[in-house]
Design a protein around this ligand. Structure first.
Ligand SMILES: O=c1ccn([C@@H]2O[C@H](COP(=O)(O)O)[C@@H](O)[C@H]2O)c(=O)[nH]1
Length: 235
């Protein structure tokens, strides 16, 4: 089965969303990621609407709050018909455990609870930021492994990390865990806000379970052509 390529639909309006989906012209089971830009603008209604149309939805709101608040938020998220959602691993094991419990409690009878993915270190975080601003003494790859092990024990189904870390994660955390990787770029050079990047082919080689791609597709002149090329390169 083809591994998902989640298109990050980071657009500002319903018009832009409709235009992009029309350009992609894909069957409705396409994997899409809805993040804070679209969600804060259009709310949960757009999520339910796209889920009812059959899209495979990853709702990326990166929960990070006290366990009680996260439990109740996750319960609401579970009712939207989505397949994946995110939480910040740095919020700790109790928060992750609460999110997982909320997702299970909020899933309608007969449906499958959304998979919980813990964001390890954002792919925009560089080695320098990790050391000088987060004051983390571990090198990036070890920090990511450490957060992934904690998240796994707390009930997460997988992590968000860079493809650069996946080989080590598979060796140390195992294959029964999802490694979903943003920070995908078509060439080794990127002049935007991502720090830990890789190409779709590298993500495939290093073992990503799924990739997330936003601007390389959404800002392309022909988003469909780039999307098709990325799907082929990754699978
Ligand atoms: O560590 C993370 C976690 C989430 N993201 C999200 O993925 C997409 C990437 O978009 P690009 O335009 O391809 O950079 C975006 O929605 C982020 O919020 C991430 O990049 N890194």
């Amino acid at each position: 089965m083809a591994k998902p390529v989640f298109i990050a639909l980071d657009v500002a309006s319903k018009e832009e969303l409709d235009q992009l989906l029309a350009q992609l012209g894909e069957p409705k089971e396409t994997s899409i990621k809805i993040g804070m830009e679209l969600f804060y603008h259009l709310g949960s209604e757009i999520v339910v609407d796209l889920a009812q149309k059959g899209y495979n939805i990853f709702l990326d709101l990166k929960m990070h709050d006290i366990p009680n608040t996260v439990y109740n938020g996750a319960k609401q998220i579970a009712a939207l018909g989505i397949k994946y959602t995110t939480i910040h691993a740095l919020g700790g094991s109790e928060m992750i455990y609460a999110a997982k419990a909320g997702l299970i409690a909020g899933t309608p009878v007969g449906q499958v609870a959304p998979k919980l993915l813990a964001v390890t270190e954002l792919t925009s975080i560089s080695d320098e930021i990790l050391k000088n601003e987060q004051h983390c003494e571990l090198p990036m790859s070890q920090q990511v492994v450490s957060l992934a092990k904690m998240a796994q024990k707390a009930g997460a189904d997988g992590v968000i990390c860079s493809p650069l870390e996946v080989e080590k994660l598979r060796a140390e955390v195992g294959d029964k865990f999802l490694y979903v990787t943003p920070g995908i770029r078509l060439t080794a050079n990127s002049d935007d806000d991502q720090s830990r990047i890789a190409t779709p082919a590298q993500a495939k080689k290093w073992g990503s379970s799924a990739i997330v791609v936003g601007r390389p597709i959404t800002k392309a002149e022909n988003p469909k052509a780039i999307y098709d090329m990325i799907k082929k390169e990754f699978n």
